[in-house]
Write a protein that binds this ligand. Structure first.
Ligand SMILES: Cc1ncc(COP(=O)(O)O)c(C=O)c1O
Length: 453
């Protein structure tokens, strides 16, 4: 094992490529995690941090959950890998059945995967094959939103609508259409809710008609958008999308990577908003990060197209070596049981309210919070220098990032962007954990404001 000094040495670190990170800067001041416990993580130098982001919206049941670890260890002693091509294993079967039971409506068929990008990619592949096998083979296009994020692989990236994420890889796949995001605070249509009549949803109708409904396979959206600062749609938005998709026989896919698994105050955001999609994509909190695990769940109607005599060749033509991996399945089952049996969804909802009220109090203190948005235990703050006009601070000031960096110095990890920040601590957080995190955040904001004023 390499010693600490060697691990932190830029000469050793230069062999690593991190996600979305400028490595030349990272190697100068690297953050290297060493261990975790509950809502805390420690770095290699022994500094303790509140994990205000559950990793990256992942560690729902907290770090070092002994039940999940115990289940994984036990499984390791039985079988660690089972080939998904020849068969399955009891835990993958049990996890699929449990997810089908928990998911709303007739979302009953579960494809187990290893990452969120796979889950959205597979949803789109299943949608195309479904239409080919359902008498509408010309339906192939996907409509998603600008500023949506659906993953890193080329198909998922093609659906992604965040310009900076897409640009390095263009041209991306054909057949992807984007519509403006839902962002009432900066409405892309310059309308005001509720007088707008949720025009952003209605606009989808026009786009489907212009593209030709017979060419559109599916609409894919995050029920609550992350990029842009936890974008919660108005209550009517998702029911309207559902209605429009039904009107034109277009599938509706929810990407619940971040907002699923209890994060939005219910087990799935589909339940929070009372809308059942045709496909539901899960990852991140599904295994709480104890093993790579994701899932795409689809409806009986879709599954019907892949069901039939073997000689028909209608099976879903997709495979992944680690699909239904027994270790990952056991991790998922144990994590979900923790959530259910300890009612962590209710806990997340309750402490989420404490977090929201602390944020509202900070808004009064500092006068720079344009909008506080969230559900359950997922909260974002959009920063504004003019609360009347919603004018943001100059991007070059990187205010959100500076607040995030100050918070990190003081022992709180959170999501931060130049214009906003977000908190999504583990669902096991207590009220006093939330207060401690907010105390650190308050200090961080006060320090940054002193610097810039
Ligand atoms: C909404 C959403 N979809 C898909 C993904 C991709 O998941 P993964 O990074 O596990 O491939 C992410 C990851 O952050 C996400 O936030």
């Amino acid at each position: 094992m390499l010693d600490k000094a060697t691990i932190k040495n830029p000469d050793t670190l230069r062999h690593s490529v991190l996600d979305f990170r400028q490595m030349s800067a990272f190697v100068e001041n690297p953050l290297i995690f060493e261990r975790g416990e509950g809502v805390f993580v420690w770095d290699i130098d022994g500094n303790r941090y509140y994990d205000g982001l559950s990793g990256v919206f992942v560690v729902a049941v907290g770090h070092q959950n002994q039940r999940v670890i115990g289940a994984i260890k036990e499984q390791m002693d039985r079988i660690s890998f089972s080939p998904p091509l020849h068969g399955t294993n009891r835990h993958a079967v049990e996890l699929a059945a449990l997810l089908a039971e928990l998911a709303p409506g007739d979302l009953n068929a579960v494809k187990l995967l290893s990452s969120g990008s796979e889950a959205t990619e597979i949803a789109m592949k299943a949608a195309r094959q479904f239409w080919k096998q359902s008498g509408k083979p010309t339906k192939y296009k996907f409509i998603s939103r600008y500023y949506g994020y659906h993953g890193s692989t080329l198909g998922a990236m093609s659906a992604t609508g965040t310009p900076s994420r897409r640009a390095p890889f263009e041209p991306l796949a054909a057949g992807y259409v984007h519509v403006p995001t839902v962002h009432c605070y900066h409405c892309p249509y310059q309308k005001t809710y509720p007088e707008c009549g949720v025009f952003c949803a209605e606009y989808l109708r026009q786009v489907i008609e212009l593209e030709g409904a017979d060419t559109v396979a599916a609409v894919i959206v995050e029920p609550i958008g992350n990029t842009g600062g936890i974008l919660v749609p108005p209550d009517e938005y998702l029911p309207k999308l559902r209605q429009i998709c039904d009107d034109y026989d277009v599938l509706l896919i929810f990407d619940e990577m971040i907002c699923g698994m209890g994060r939005s105050g219910d087990m799935f955001s589909a339940l929070t908003f009372g809308v059942t999609p045709d496909m539901l994509c899960l990852g991140k909190g599904l295994s709480s990060g104890y093993a790579p695990l994701a899932a795409t769940i689809w409806s009986d109607r879709i599954q019907q197209a892949f069901w039939g005599p073997e000689e028909d060749g209608v099976e879903f033509g997709d495979g992944h070596t680690f699909s239904g991996n027994p270790i990952a399945s056991v991790a998922g089952l144990a994590s979900i049981r923790e959530i259910l049996e300890r009612d962590l969804v209710a806990n997340g909802r309750a402490v989420g309210q404490v977090l929201a009220s602390r944020l509202h109090a900070m808004a009064d203190t500092f006068g720079i919070f344009g909008e506080i948005r969230g559900k359950g235990l997922l909260w974002g703050v959009e920063l504004a220098q003019n609360l009347e006009t919603h004018e943001p601070f100059p991007a070059a000031l990187k205010l959100g990032k500076r607040i995030g960096a100050e918070a990190q110095k003081r022992g709180l990890i959170m999501r931060h962007d130049p214009g906003w920040f977000a908190l999504a601590p583990p669902l096991i957080s207590t009220e006093s954990d939330i207060h401690a995190m907010c105390d650190i955040l308050e200090d961080a904001i006060a320090t940054v404001l002193e610097e810039i004023r």
